[in-house]
Design a protein around this ligand. Structure first.
Ligand code: FUL
Ligand code: CA
Length: 494
């Protein structure tokens, strides 16, 4: 089955001429016009990842802190059995698609032999100062088929120049090192925590910065896009991926990929100053394509602490988080902090493997396969069967101006299900604003669930499985004719 996507050379937008191609009618089919702001190609690729991991690892791992002051002796960084291949293998088993490493956290300690500071791994006993955690992990990730991303804290509590223009050059040099020496970087993570007390080269004081102007973010983002044109930049305000507004890993039940961010006071939003509650929901018909990422730790803290070894989230909790993040059109960024050996602690590894097994068993097969599908309206050449072909690039759509419609799935025999997954073809914009799923029970339609935003992936769940041989998807609101690439039914594995 062929599909064709025609992209404009411009990074920010592209034109999609997507063929439903299965039918010989495809050549005469006219795709619907895109609606509203659209994802860039890197954003589109990112939206297909769904689940990937954060690795919080630095001096804090060894001195039991969450935020290092920046006065650490580099000698404390000394993992005894760092094994990046073993870390990647556990994450692969969990179904992860990539890892983002804290190359530098707020303490300023760099996990690679940077030329910019002595607060780095070069002055640690690890491999006699010849080690490079960024290199070892990025190589292992590539071998394991995982994408690699970097977290580089803008706030640096060690650097004497923090707060002055000189620090900005240092920060950008660090970024340049990471973005040129370690292969393809799929995501660049800029934390919103900025400024406060610190060591600052011995000054030991509190330094506040002007969040709006100090970092001159547009220049840094342009540099990043130039060095890694396929990567996406994350911050409270993007420019490619937005923070979801909380650190619980949960997107709003309504979560638009489009967003018009503003600062707390209604002024221009910047990293460290955005209305967090608004970020959880996004903006219907917002100015920017800025989908949400849900970051959360598998433990209470971001770094490994022995006292939290019995507070690791269970496979079921991770599954719930997946449904409440990726399943709401956002993505699931789960932090898994390596321990002092440089390994994923056994309890965490067990939970991750359990989560992976649950995911595989649950989503192994779309139970709607084999259904006869009938839509109340179908655009010429874009048949509803494309909802069941496991191909995100083929879709069903309707004639222009149809904004309410329904599709009935008739199954050869009754099936039990408690999860419904719907995917919008987001390359053509976020169009749908309301939908419901119903099943046929005792000669009448019963509501299974309802939602608003769909986006790249929307999962509806019920507490008890239902059994039916007819299921109906109703689109109750759409800003332009709805474009859907998937409809799927699943039964959660225990
Ligand atoms: C926050 C940081 O302050 C935490 O330490 C952690 O890195 C988290 C992901 O982001 O803003
Ligand atoms: Ca499809």
């Amino acid at each position: 089955m062929a599909s064709s996507i025609i992209y404009q050379p411009c990074r920010r937008s592209f034109l999609l001429g997507l063929a439903s191609a299965a039918s010989s009618l495809a050549s005469t089919a006219t795709p619907p016009a895109p609606y509203g702001v659209l994802p860039s190609l890197p954003q589109l690729h990112w939206s297909e990842l769904g689940f990937y991991n954060f690795l919080h690892f630095t001096v804090n791992t060894f001195n039991d802190k969450e935020w290092g002051d920046g006065d650490e002796n580099p000698a404390i960084f000394n993992p005894t059995a760092f094994d990046p291949a073993a870390i990647c293998s556990v994450l692969k088993d969990a179904g992860s698609r990539g890892i983002i490493l804290t190359c530098k956290h707020h303490d300023g300690f760099c996990l690679w032999p940077t030329k910019t500071t002595e607060h780095s791994i070069r002055f640690s006993p690890y491999k006699n100062g010849k080690g490079d955690i960024v290199r070892e992990l990025s190589d292992a990730a590539a071998r394991a088929g995982l994408k690699f991303g970097v977290y580089l804290s803008p706030w640096d509590r060690n650097n004497a120049a923090y707060g002055t223009p000189a620090y900005l050059d240092i920060y950008r040099s660090q970024l340049r090192e990471l973005l040129t020496d370690y292969g393809p970087i799929f995501e660049i993570w800029h934390d919103g925590a900025n400024g406060g007390s610190g060591y600052y080269g011995g000054a030991k004081e509190t330094r506040t910065i002007d969040k709006l102007h100090y970092y001159d973010w547009p220049t840094t983002w342009a540099l990043t896009h130039k060095l890694q044109p396929d990567g996406v930049i994350f911050s409270d305000v993007g420019p490619d991926i937005r923070w979801v507004g909380n650190e619980h890993g949960i997107a709003g039940e309504t979560c638009w990929a489009t967003y018009s961010p503003v600062a707390e006071d209604g002024g221009p939003a910047v990293p460290g100053n955005v209305r967090a509650e608004a970020s959880t929901v996004g903006t219907r018909n917002g100015k920017l394509w800025l989908p949400a990422e849900c970051d959360v730790s598998i433990r209470p803290g971001w770094f490994w602490h022995p006292a939290e070894n019995d507070k690791v989230k269970s496979p079921q909790q991770l599954f719930d988080l997946y449904c409440e993040s990726t399943g709401r059109g956002a993505s699931f960024l789960l932090n898994v902090p390596p321990d002092r050996r440089g390994l994923i602690y056994e309890t965490d590894a067990e939970s991750l493997r359990g989560f992976g097994r649950m995911m595989n068993a649950t989503f192994a097969r779309n139970l709607a396969f084999g259904a006869r599908v009938k839509a109340s309206n179908t655009r010429h050449g874009y048949q509803p069967i494309h909802l069941l072909d496991e191909n995100r690039h083929t879709y069903w759509t309707t004639d222009d101006n149809v904004t309410q419609t329904e599709i009935v799935f008739d199954l050869p025999r009754p099936i039990r299900f408690d999860l419904v997954r719907v995917r919008e073809t987001i390359a053509l914009g976020q169009r749908i604003g309301g939908f419901s799923v119903e099943y046929w029970k005792d000669s009448a339609w019963e509501v299974f669930g309802k939602g608003t935003s769909v986006g790249a992936c929307r999962i509806l769940r019920s507490t008890q499985p239902v059994s039916a041989n007819r299921v109906r998807l109703k689109i109750t609101e759409s800003a332009a004719c709805p474009v859907l690439s998937e409809f799927a039914l699943f039964l959660k594995a225990v």
